[in-house]
Design a protein around this ligand. Structure first.
Ligand code: NAP
Length: 284
C-alpha cells in the first residue's frame, strides 16, 4: 500500500515558519500585504481565493481584493495592475488566470511589477526559473510540488523525473525546478508517442495534465513517488486528480491525494513569496 503524502502537514510546517517572519515585519511597522486581482467569478478562482485568504490570515498577511467583472475592459485591468504597482503598501500580487478571452493575458502579466510577481507570471520571473538564477518567484503550484517532496524527505539528485504536462503554469516550471535539483527530467504532452512507457520509467512522476485518469495502471511501476497536481471534476461531482488513484495505491511507494495534496501546499508557498517580497522591500 502506498504512503499517502498529504499536503496539510507540509502546509502547516511552512505556515509555522512564516508566522514569526510576518510578526517581525509588523513590529517594524510593515504589514505584509497581498493584492488579489480577479476578473469575473469562476468557481475555481473563488475556491483558490478563499484558501489563499485563509492561509494569509493564519500567517499574518493582509489581503486586498481588486475585483473586476467578466465584461471589464483590458484598460480597466491595466489600470488596476498599475494601481497595484504604484501602491508601496502592497508587496505581492496574485492575478487569476485564464483571463476572459477578450483580454490580452500576456500584456497583463508583463505589466506587473516583477518585484510583486509572487506567482511567477511575468516574463522575467519565468526566465529566472529557466535560468535557474534564483531571482524572482516560481509559479506557486510548481514550487508546491518541490515543497511536498522536500517535506517528505525525498532526495531528487540523480532521480528520473517524468512530468506530464508542459504548461507555463505548472509543467515547464516544475520541470526546471526538478532539473535544478539534479533530477533527470522528461516532459510529456499530448504528442508524446508512448506516455505509459515514459511514465513507467519515472522514479518521481508529476501529473499535471488536467485530465482525470490520464495516468492509469499502465503508467505506474513499483517504488514510484507520484505527485498528482490535476484537479478535475469526477463522475460523481467530486474532485479527482489526473492519476487513477485506485490503480496507483497498491503499486507505488507514495502518492499525493486529490483533494488535500499539492493544492493544500500552494497557498503556503504563495504566503512565503509574499513574506519574502515584503522582506526584500524592507531591505531585510
Ligand atoms: P493546461 O494549461 O491545460 O496544460 C495541460 C498540459 O497537459 C498540456 O501541456 C497538455 O499537453 C498536457 N496534456 C493534456 N492531456 C494530456 C494527455 N492525455 N497526455 C499527455 N499530456 C496531456 O493545464 P495546467 O494549467 O497546467 O493545469 C494542469 C492541472 O493542474 C489542471 O487539472 C489544473 O486544474 C490543475 N491545477 C492544480 C493546482 C493546484 O494547486 N493543485 C493549481 C493550478 C492548476 P499539450 O501541451 O500537448 O496540449
Amino acid at each position: 500500500m502506498a504512503e499517502l503524502w498529504k499536503g496539510a502537514p507540509a502546509a502547516s510546517a511552512l505556515t509555522e515558519q512564516l508566522i514569526p517572519r510576518a510578526q517581525a515585519l509588523r513590529e517594524r511597522g510593515i504589514v505584509p500585504t497581498l493584492a488579489i486581482i480577479r476578473v469575473g467569478e469562476r468557481p475555481e478562482d473563488l475556491s483558490y481565493e478563499r484558501g489563499a485568504m485563509k492561509r494569509c490570515e493564519k500567517v499574518g498577511i493582509a489581503v486586498r481584493q481588486f475585483l473586476l467583472t467578466a465584461v471589464s475592459s483590458q484598460a480597466d485591468l491595466m489600470d488596476v495592475i498599475e494601481e497595484v504597482n504604484r501602491d508601496q503598501s502592497i508587496h505581492g500580487c496574485l492575478l487569476f488566470r485564464p483571463l476572459p478571452r477578450h483580454m490580452d493575458e500576456q500584456a497583463a502579466c508583463a505589466a506587473l511589477d516583477p518585484a510583486k510577481d509572487v506567482d511567477g507570471i511575468t516574463p522575467g520571473s519565468l526566465a529566472a526559473v529557466f535560468a535557474g538564477s534564483g531571482a524572482g518567484y516560481p509559479p506557486c503550484t510548481a514550487q508546491a510540488c518541490l515543497e511536498l517532496l522536500d517535506h517528505y524527505g525525498y532526495e531528487l539528485k540523480g532521480k528520473r523525473a517524468v512530468v506530464v504536462g508542459r504548461s507555463l503554469v505548472i509543467g515547464k516550471p516544475a520541470s526546471m525546478l526538478l532539473l535544478g535539483r539534479h533530477a533527470t527530467v522528461t516532459i510529456c504532452h499530448t504528442r508524446t508517442a508512448d506516455l505509459p512507457a515514459e511514465c513507467r520509467r519515472a522514479d518521481v512522476l508529476i501529473a499535471a495534465a488536467g485530465k482525470a485518469g490520464v495516468v492509469g495502471a499502465s503508467c505506474l511501476s513499483p517504488g514510484q513517488v507520484v505527485i498528482d497536481v490535476g484537479i478535475n471534476a469526477g463522475e460523481e461531482g467530486n474532485l479527482v486528480g489526473d492519476v487513477d488513484f485506485a490503480a496507483a495505491e497498491p503499486v507505488v511507494r507514495a502518492i499525493t491525494p486529490v483533494p488535500g495534496g499539492v493544492g493544500a501546499v500552494t497557498t503556503s508557498v504563495l504566503a512565503r513569496h509574499v513574506i519574502e517580497a515584503a522582506e526584500k522591500a524592507a531591505g531585510i
